[in-house]
Design a protein around this ligand. Sequence first.
Ligand code: FER
Length: 255
Amino acid sequence: MNFVAPAGFDQYRENIPRGVIKTVEYNSTTVGNTRKAMVYTPPEFSTEEVYPVLYLLHGIGGDETEWYNHGAPQIILDNLYADNLLVPMIVVLPNGRAMPNDRAEGDIFDSEKIKAFERFELDLIHDLVPYIDSHYPTNSNRDNRAIAGLSMGGGQSLNIGLSNLDFFAWVGAFSAAPNTKTPEQLVPDPAEVSSLLMLLWLSCGDQDNLLHISLGVHQYLQQQGVAHIWYEESGGHDWPVWRNDLYLFSQRLFK
Ligand code: FER
């Protein structure tokens, strides 16, 4: 695949309908506190409709505000809706560091913090997804739930998505980090993954030092005959790549 978003895709456009992005708080039985997430609802959102949901995860130096602060997801998505390129969906920006102090403070590589990125699987499945499904008009089934993320969040998306196929049918990893399980651990049963997944997306910048992680997963999937998108794009471990990924990946969802 070699396609890039058109110029202006992440620039604010006047006079188009807008979605709404806000912060919510949910009770986490996993962490034992109240946790924050941001939620984007699309233009013309209505509680009379039901929507699919994309869970979009941040990197090791971020929190639930990272995509919002650096990725302009609401601008990218509003523009895509204005051009009629996107299925109406709710996008949830969680905090993937499931521990009492989940801010990206101090040593972000501390082993407790890395463990908290693993623990997030439980928080997502047991706490956040049920919160979203009970507070928003969602189409609450695997066919209508996607998980994707950048770097640490890309690794989480593969680890969590591929081991919870009863929850997710659409999985995307942008520049996946070394928290990614081995390809054999991720996909022990290639036939099962092939039959259940609607989309498996892997992308990475060609200047990214972590390229070998994505490449290893891609090569294994190819050997095993598991259909997936592999997109090596121009760029490093950085926001231009992840904005481009969101633009391209989101258009493939729920179609
Ligand atoms: C590592 C290098 C990078 C690692 C994680 C990262 C867990 C994550 C980077 C990011 O999220 O941007 O060795 O180990």
